[in-house]
Design a protein around this ligand. Structure first.
Ligand code: ADP
Ligand code: MN
Ligand code: MN
Ligand code: MN
Length: 358
C-alpha cells in the first residue's frame, strides 16, 4: 500500500458531521504567519455571519509557542486584514488572514505585511500589478518526492513538465482540489502546471494589485497545506529539494505599473532594470532561504552573484517576455525569488527600489 494512506485525515467520516446544523453560529479560521514562514491558524466561533473585516474582533495567541515572542511576554495580537469564504467548512464560515502585533502596539518582528502595505499605499498611484508563479514539491512521509522510487531516482527530466499520464505526473488529485479550493475562496488563481522535476507543480496567482498580492498568495499557501493534509502528503517550498540535476523551485514575480503598461512602456521597463541592478544584493537578501542552491546559472536560473536581464532569457535574473518586447509595453518577470520567499517582502522591496522608500 502506498504511504499516502498513512496519517490521512478521515475525510469520509468527517463529511456527515460537516452537514450538522451550526445553529446560526459561524466558524472563523484566524490565519497568520509565524517566525519561520509557516502558516498557523486557530478557530473562533462568531455569533453571526460577517460581511467585512471591520466586523471581526482582534484576537491573540501564545507567541512563545511559535517563535514570535518571549515566554515572559508571550501575547501576540491578531488583527484581521482580509476575509475569504471557507472552502472546507462552507456556508457562512470564513478564513481570516491576520497581521501580527505586539502588546506595545508595534508590528511583530515577523509582520512583513505592515511595511509592505505602507509602501503600496504611498505609491498607490503607480498602480502596481503583480503575478506570482508559486512552485512547490509534494513529499511523502519520508520527505522524499512523492512517487519517486524509495532508494533511487526517476528517469531524468523531460517527460514531466506539463505531463499527462501515469508515471509522468503525481498527485493531480491534490492539485485539482487546491485549484478548486482557491477558486471557491475567491483567490485570483490564474493557472496551474506540472513542473520539470517530477512531483513538482506550479500555480499562478495574479495579476493582483498592491498588497493584495501578498494576501492572496499567503492564503493560497494555507489552502495548499490544508488540502494536502487530507491526502497525507507534505508540501515543500524548499527552493532546491533535491540536489543535482533536478530543477529547483521558484516564485517568479511578474511586475507592471502604469508606466510599463502605457504606450512606449519599454522605456519604463529599461529604467526599472537599472534600478533593480543597483540593488541586486538587497533583493537577494529577502528573496528566500537557501536560494544560493538554486540560483546557479543552470536549470533555467541566473547566477546569484550577478544581475542580468534579457528578452525571452530564462537564464537571467529578469526576463522580458517576447510578446512584451514586441508590443513595446507590458510587464517583466523577476525570476530570482525562491519558492519559500515571503511575497510581502518581495513586492515591498520591488516597489521600494522602483519608487523609493517611505
Ligand atoms: P511563465 O511563462 O513565466 O511560466 P506564467 O504564465 O506561469 O508565466 O505566469 C505569468 C504570471 O504573470 C501570471 O501570474 C499572470 O497573472 C502575471 N501577469 C500577466 N500580466 C501581468 C501584468 N501586466 N503585470 C503583472 N503580472 C502579470
Ligand atoms: Mn510559469
Ligand atoms: Mn515554473
Ligand atoms: Mn516564470
Amino acid at each position: 500500500m502506498s504511504d499516502r494512506h498513512v496519517n490521512v485525515s478521515n475525510t469520509e467520516n468527517l463529511r456527515k458531521y460537516m452537514t450538522l446544523d451550526q445553529r446560526g453560529k459561524v466558524q472563523a479560521e484566524y490565519i497568520w504567519i509565524d517566525a519561520a514562514s509557516n502558516v498557523r491558524s486557530k478557530t473562533k466561533t462568531l455569533s453571526k455571519a460577517v460581511k467585512s473585516v471591520d466586523e471581526l474582533p482582534e484576537w491573540n495567541f501564545d507567541g512563545s509557542s511559535t517563535g514570535q515572542a518571549p515566554g515572559d511576554n508571550s501575547d501576540v495580537y491578531l488583527r484581521p486584514v482580509a476575509i475569504y469564504p471557507d472552502p472546507f467548512r462552507l456556508g457562512d464560515n470564513i478564513l481570516v488572514l491576520c497581521e501580527t502585533w505586539d502588546s506595545d502596539g508595534t508590528p511583530n518582528k515577523y509582520n512583513y505585511r505592515h511595511e509592505a502595505a505602507r509602501l503600496m499605499e504611498a505609491h498607490a498611484k503607480e498602480e502596481f500589478w503583480f503575478g506570482l508563479e508559486q512552485e512547490y514539491t509534494l513529499l511523502d512521509s519520508d520527505n522524499w518526492p512523492y512517487g519517486w522510487p524509495k532508494n533511487g531516482f526517476p528517469g531524468s527530466q523531460g517527460p514531466y513538465y506539463c505531463g499527462v499520464g501515469s508515471g509522468k505526473v503525481y498527485c493531480r488529485d491534490i492539485v485539482e482540489a487546491h485549484y478548486r479550493a482557491c477558486l471557491y475562496a475567491g483567490i485570483n488563481i490564474s493557472g496551474i502546471n506540472a513542473e520539470v522535476m517530477p512531483s513538482q507543480w506550479e500555480y499562478q496567482v495574479g495579476p493582483c494589485t498592491g498588497i493584495e498580492m501578498g494576501d492572496q498568495l499567503w492564503l493560497s499557501r494555507f489552502l495548499l497545506y490544508r488540502v494536502a493534509e487530507e491526502f497525507g502528503v507534505r508540501i515543500s517550498f524548499d527552493p532546491k529539494p533535491i540536489k543535482g540535476d533536478w530543477n529547483g523551485a521558484g516564485l517568479h514575480t511578474n511586475v507592471s505599473f502604469n508606466a510599463t503598461r502605457a504606450e512606449g512602456g519599454m522605456k519604463a521597463i529599461e529604467a526599472s532594470m537599472k534600478k533593480l541592478e543597483a540593488r541586486h544584493f538587497e533583493h537577494i537578501a529577502v528573496y528566500g532561504e537557501g536560494n544560493e542552491e538554486r540560483l546557479t546559472g543552470r536549470h533555467e536560473t541566473g547566477s546569484i552573484d550577478k544581475f542580468s536581464y534579457g528578452v525571452a532569457d530564462r537564464g537571467g535574473s529578469i526576463r522580458i517576455p517576447r510578446q512584451v518586447a514586441k508590443d513595446g509595453k507590458g510587464y517583466f518577470e523577476d525570476r530570482r525569488p525562491a519558492s519559500n520567499a515571503d511575497p510581502y517582502q518581495i513586492t515591498g522591496i520591488i516597489v521600494e527600489t522602483l519608487c523609493g522608500g517611505v
